[in-house]
Design a protein around this ligand. Sequence first.
Ligand code: NAI
Length: 296
Amino acid sequence: PSNNEREKGDKNMSIQTVMVIGAGQMGAGIAQVCAQAGYNVKMNDREEEALQKGKAGIEKRLTKAVEKEKMTASDCDATMQRLSMTTNLAEANDCDLVIEAVVENMDVKKQVFTALDTHAPKHAILASNTSSLPITEIAAATNRPERVIGMHFMNPVPVMKLVEIIRGLQTSHETYQAIHDMTLKLAKTPVEVRDFPGFVSNRVLMPMINEAIYTVYEGVANPQAVDDVMKLGMNHPMGPLTLADFIGLDTCLSIMEVLHEGFGDSKYRPCPLLRQYVQAGWLGKKSGRGFYQYEG
Ligand code: NAI
């Protein structure tokens, strides 16, 4: 259907074409699961290189799935066919849903949402994969706040079953329902939460990671020992510092700052060692070094 027809048929909000903004760790995973579920997906990033890297990662994961006989070669081809790439945000003009996964920074997200509001058709839902930033504030940067929502995927997206769905103050019931239904189509489990700093996931997880960093900072134990305690003693599948490296230390710091500012409680103060690692460019796995060192 043309954009006009779609806008008229507004009420049923059928989602067919999705744009994912940001082709980093999260964006590439989100694009992959959407394409696998049959949606047409446009991947967007401001960096051509990030798009190429994101696409290569998807291809590699799908090829592996075929090798392990978890997917047929023709499903793999069809999934890749549904994916396209662009550095031009204006190509959101035929999308029914846009999922933003750029850096965890309010100014950048607001800029993206304001631009999307002009490019995306009126009926389109604008979702953010933010880990902690207020959906209510992001929504207010657009003229369609009732169509803005948080769609918080977990890392790695193709593996993790949860999508935390965050209702901003202005989010409409129709928008919530459309995203809830789509999450089920992605074979994931939606959990509804209200818009409060860190939502549920990172309000509970991130203070634990920050505290683990404090134990290293204060010389209580080295990173491996901290991770061993939590893995072997608490049955966590992965220690908190390994997880922090995996999430990205810049993202961890941003989330702690959101919690600290949002609640005004000193229990959320970011550990100075975390801040220093980020200043050094030691961002974890994605930069090759964090609490651990990584090859390649
Ligand atoms: P990342 O650093 O891997 O990727 C971010 C990408 O966004 C980069 O490719 C960058 O070039 C691109 N970008 C930045 N500004 C842009 C713009 N204005 N327009 C288009 N592209 C732009 O970051 P990651 O880890 O993928 O995180 C993205 C978002 O997902 C953040 O909001 C983060 O809080 C959230 N998130 C992260 C999780 C994690 O475990 N890393 C888990 C769940 C959510």
